[in-house]
Write a protein of this length. Sequence first.
Length: 87
Amino acid sequence: RVVEERVPRTLGNRVKRNTLKEFLPRTSLFRLAHRTGSLARPLLPKHLQDKLQPAPTAGRWPTRSHARKMLVLDGCVQPAMAPNINA
């Protein structure tokens, strides 16, 4: 917080930071934007296409061969970017 108050930022930088701060924690909004971007991917210039990777599809979970258990906490954008983690 001290850095936010003491470091001057350009208007563009402030807008970008505030947008990310409000946007990323909302999984449904991020998922919608990611899907919209994926649909528009063929229309983008090549250098932007490379930055927007398609989300992998959730695959089948392998059959359990041992008694181990693992707790995985949901992240903010993880369900949209990598849905197979909690599949």
